[in-house]
Design a protein around this ligand. Structure first.
Ligand code: NAD
Length: 465
């Protein structure tokens, strides 16, 4: 893909600067895309503002029909989206197909369904009108570029907002594909505007723009803090989906092998670059040695390599910088006395590859156990009992996800209900695009998915009668 333009008000406008998009598996250039400027941001916000009255006044069902058409166009091009995702993220093709592309289409379908259900609410004699907040700034990261755009764009458009999207500079290809699809699908001009570029040149001016009414950001906790500050200056609404360090709690009664293997797989999904990954495994102390052995063996058996091969389970990390960061964090943990339960270290000669690693023997408050690493690294701890497991799980600054493995439903539910986190998966329960997703504490605030996602893009007007 060769693009030197931004989408503003329904037209592609050339810009003077571009950047190369590099395939993390082999270093090849897989695309060239525009680097927008703050002037493009001004124009994009103005275009979204101009499109807002007509779009927000459409009946919710009409907006849903537009989203349906967008899904149809994207679906007809789904395999190209898979290829773009593999090329720009390095995601293994099976992960790209299921969790990047088809999950994103499910999110957009779900947003259309929830648009159809939008209705005024009666409360006594009052009527509560739920109305579009206005122009939405959508800022997305590189780890699931298409999925994260869908979780913002779907509900924003469903709610009647118009949008300006700033994708990660590392992964703008799928954003172009969505913008192209929006034109083919006949989305009115200015409803979706695309301004790719860096965080400093495009992201920062966008989230601080006085013409933006709501900011939806997914990314690191550090940048999220700056984004929230900028949005608050304008009293724009803001929702933040940030980092995580999620615990998988295994109780004394459950099939250890199954629980540990499933935790390893969650941790390593998307080559360990998943915000909700289960990266801390908490097992009863008398099962610790077995758990470490099972986790190490399972991680060692995982297939690391060419992301275009359907048999591959982990591709490369997204960039040299990300690989270096992960390597340094693992080396520092080992220097502090971590025991490495995985034996294999060999990787393909070219590309930002790293084999998965399982660490144990660390203090629960060790940085490797409490801070997000965002790579294929699992940390295992022993616990005294359920209370201790809950205390350990809650003892990080994050609160995005978690899991409980337990044969007793009531006990599992009781543990889940004490976790300070936005989502808990019990046993083999699957993530659902119908359920609200978001963080506690430094994992952010606000919710994506389900009807709650639309609420992030609406204001209430109470009409007292
Ligand atoms: P990042 O915070 O570096 O960047 C995210 C986006 O913000 C990018 O588009 C970037 O260009 C932009 N940006 C950078 N500086 C900005 C600024 N000052 N103002 C506005 N925008 C700016 O994150 P990343 O490295 O792209 O993504 C990885 C992080 O995202 C991880 O911490 C991960 O946990 C988190 N994440 C969270 C979720 C979630 O739902 N909670 C989902 C995926 C990723």
């Amino acid at each position: 893909m060769r693009r030197d333009d931004v989408l503003i008000g329904g037209s592609w406008r050339p810009v003077s600067s571009t950047t190369d998009v590099v395939n993390p598996a082999d270093g090849s250039v897989v695309g060239t895309t525009a680097l927008a400027t703050r002037h493009d941001v001004d124009a994009a916000v103005a275009a979204a503002g101009s499109a807002l009255p007509a779009w927000s006044e459409l009946a919710p069902g009409e907006r849903a029909a537009h989203l349906d058409r967008l899904v149809e166009v994207l679906e007809s091009d789904a395999e190209r989206l898979v290829d773009l995702t593999v090329a720009e993220v390095g995601a293994p093709i099976t992960t790209a197909r299921r969790w990047h592309v088809h999950a994103a289409l499910d999110v957009l379908r779900s947003a259309a369904d929830h648009a159809r259900l939008l209705a005024d609410e009666r409360r006594g004699s009052a009527v509560l009108l739920r109305r579009a907040t206005g122009v939405a700034a959508l800022v997305t990261p590189w780890n699931y570029p298409l999925f994260q755009l869908a979780t913002k764009l779907g509900p924003a458009l469903a709610a009647g907002c118009t949008a300006v999207h700033k994708p990660s500079e590392l992964t703008p290809l799928s954003a172009y594909a969505v913008a192209e699809a929006a034109l083919v699908a006949g989305l009115p001009a200015g409803v979706l505007n695309l301004v790719p570029g860096t965080g400093a040149d495009v992201g920062a001016p966008l989230v601080a723009h006085p013409g933006v009414d709501v900011v939806s950001f997914t990314g690191s906790t550090e940048v999220g803090r700056q984004v929230a500050g900028a949005a608050v200056t304008n009293l724009a609404r803001v929702s933040l989906e940030l980092g995580g360090k999620s615990s998988s709690i295994v109780t004394d009664d459950v099939d250890l092998e199954h629980a540990v293997r499933a935790t390893v797989e969650s941790c390593m999904l998307n080559s360990g670059q998943t915000c909700s990954a289960l990266t801390r495994l908490l097992v009863p102390a008398d099962r610790l040695d077995d758990a470490v052995r099972i986790a190490g063996a399972h991680a060692d058996a995982m297939v690391v390599g060419d992301p275009t091969d359907p048999g591959t389970e982990l591709g490369p990390l997204v960039s040299a910088a990300q690989l270096e960061r992960v390597d340094e964090l693992v080396a520092a943990a080992v220097a502090r006395g971590a025991h490495v339960a995985t034996r294999r270290t060999e990787t393909p000669a070219v590309g930002h590859y790293r084999r998965p690693v399982v660490l144990s023997g660390l203090a629960p408050d060790d940085p490797a156990s409490c801070e997000e690493i965002f790579g294929p690294v699992l940390v295992v701890h022993g616990t005294r009992d359920d209370d201790d497991a809950v205390t350990l799980a809650n003892a990080t600054r994050y609160g995005l996800s978690g899991a409980v493995w337990c044969d007793d439903d009531d006990r599992a539910f009781a543990i889940a209900a004490r976790l300070q986190t936005g989502q808990v998966l019990v046993n083999d329960a699957e993530f659902s695009v119908e359920s609200p997703f978001g963080g506690w504490k430094h994992s952010g605030f606000g919710r994506e998915l389900g009807p709650e996602a639309l609420h992030e893009f609406t204001e209430l007007t109470t009409v007292q009668r």
